[in-house]
Design a protein around this ligand. Structure first.
Ligand code: SAH
Ligand code: MG
Length: 212
């Protein structure tokens, strides 16, 4: 049943602009794990609803999600972090190609080493965590302090191909990642300062909103 629902939704998703389709193809060819169609559309819808003035993204990859978030709100400022040299260079190229270099600041390096620089641009209205899965709790702890009062934190891949709910068919490596994510999700649901809800779109998206 869930599979039928997902199939239906995937057939009824808003189509991407041409430049974004090219990035989607490039990501597929190079196995870059950019957000899936339903996930990115949901993220963009959150941006349209919440109207953040600025966004922090952990995990730029090739610049796809940053450009899509800006597409959803063209006057937004984004700070985004990527530690891989090749992906960073690709992101710079793609962001310049859209004339977005004044709106999207790409920082090269590990999100933890760059904490000072990231803090210099705080507070953020919206934080999007889409990087190394074993580090999500640390990311959340560091960056939730840089959130504005109305801030929202979105974490991607929190259902990890379904293995978080059922890892009986996962390889040991994948089962181990699923275990880490399960631990993160449990921690997140227990968090006294945030309301969290997980949606089964894309690879699983957690939305955390500050408690009043
Ligand atoms: N948000 C992108 C996809 C990001 S893929 C999109 O949807 O278009 C995850 C990226 O996070 C990878 O490119 C990886 O190099 C980067 N990454 C993982 N851990 C990181 C860290 N600690 N600091 C900075 N980048 C990190
Ligand atoms: Mg992701």
């Amino acid at each position: 049943m869930l599979q039928a629902i997902m199939g239906y939704l995937e057939e009824h998703v808003e189509s991407s602009p041409e430049w974004a389709k090219k990035l989607e193809e490039l990501a597929a060819e190079n196995r870059v794990p950019i957000m899936e169609p339903l996930g990115i559309q949901f993220l963009m819808q959150l941006i349209r609803l919440q109207q953040p003035d600025n966004i922090l993204e952990i995990g730029t990859a090739i610049g796809y999600s940053a450009l899509m978030m800006r597409h959803a709100k063209p006057d937004v400022s984004i700070v985004t972090v990527e530690r891989d040299d090749i992906r960073y260079d690709q992101a710079v190229t793609h962001i310049q190609a859209q004339g977005a270099q004044d709106d999207i600041l790409i920082l090269k390096g590990d999100a933890f080493d760059l904490e000072e620089t990231i803090r210099a641009h705080a507070p953020y209205d919206f934080v999007f965590i889409d990087a190394a899965k074993g580090q999500y709790q640390r990311f959340f702890e560091s960056y939730s302090e840089m959130l504005s009062e109305r801030g929202v934190i979105v974490s991607d891949n929190v259902l990890f191909k379904g293995y978080v709910a059922d890892d009986s068919e996962a390889t040991p490596r994948k089962a181990n990642i699923a275990k880490k994510i399960r631990k993160y999700n449990d921690w997140l649901f227990e968090h006294e300062a945030f309301h969290t809800t997980i949606l089964p779109v894309g690879d699983g998206v957690a939305v955390s909103v500050k408690k009043k």
